[in-house]
Design a protein. Structure first.
Length: 208
């Protein structure tokens, strides 16, 4: 069986969520770091893997896959992870919960987007943190409100980790990195506490 390779960056939210999914699937993989700080994602070798110049990139089953949600969907479909409910209405609600982070918070807080925005305003390092906090806290408060529709037992939408958990935990990690105020998020933090105890999440942590 061909080696599974994940091209990723430790503190990247998108990479983090894919690492959790790989761990949930019990897939052994080799992690190759693509350092976003020195622009390695824009190097020719990486652009040959992903013309978007983004991480993660997963080589698995003879495929080269990009985009974290697409990668996770592939793993879910092929490894039976059950990351989304089968019932259509419930599935749509859980998918929306996950996308409120992955589609709405994450893109505007992508490091390249935030860095470019700060250059337009003078480039001060303080402005980068201000940008991140401006988008992350309101996004997490909205997630918290959406989460009220579900019974945390103990994960976002039930008794086993799902797609929303895979999106939430990396976002909370990055929120702390940027010193975001996490008050008023009791449901989200309770989910985080449950995920911390799960080996798949623990092994995927950027500092693991």
């Amino acid at each position: 069986m061909a080696e599974v390779i994940l091209f990723n960056y430790g503190q990247s939210s998108a990479s983090y969520r894919v690492r959790i999914a790989l761990n949930l699937a019990g897939i052994a993989y080799r992690a190759v770091s693509v350092d976003l700080r020195d622009g390695a994602q824009k190097s020719q070798p990486h652009l040959a893997r992903n013309p978007q110049g983004l991480v993660p990139v997963l080589e698995i089953d003879g495929l080269r896959l990009t985009q974290s949600l697409a990668i996770i969907d592939y793993l879910d479909q092929t490894r039976g992870l059950g990351l989304l409910p089968a019932e259509p209405a419930h599935r749509a609600k859980v998918a929306a919960l996950a996308q409120s982070i992955a589609v709405d918070i994450h893109p505007v807080c992508n490091l390249s987007v935030a860095q470019y925005a700060t250059t337009l305003g003078g480039g001060a390092e303080r402005m980068l943190g201000d940008w991140m906090r401006h988008f992350i806290r309101p996004g997490l408060l909205a997630f918290e409100a959406l989460l009220a529709e579900f019974e945390q037992a103990p994960y976002c939408a039930g008794s086993q980790p799902g797609l929303a958990d895979l999106c939430l935990i990396p976002q909370l990690y990055n929120a702390r990195r940027w010193q975001v105020d996490l008050s008023g998020l009791p449901r989200s933090l309770a989910v985080e506490a449950a995920c911390i105890d799960h080996p798949a999440f623990r092994a995927a942590h950027p500092e693991a």
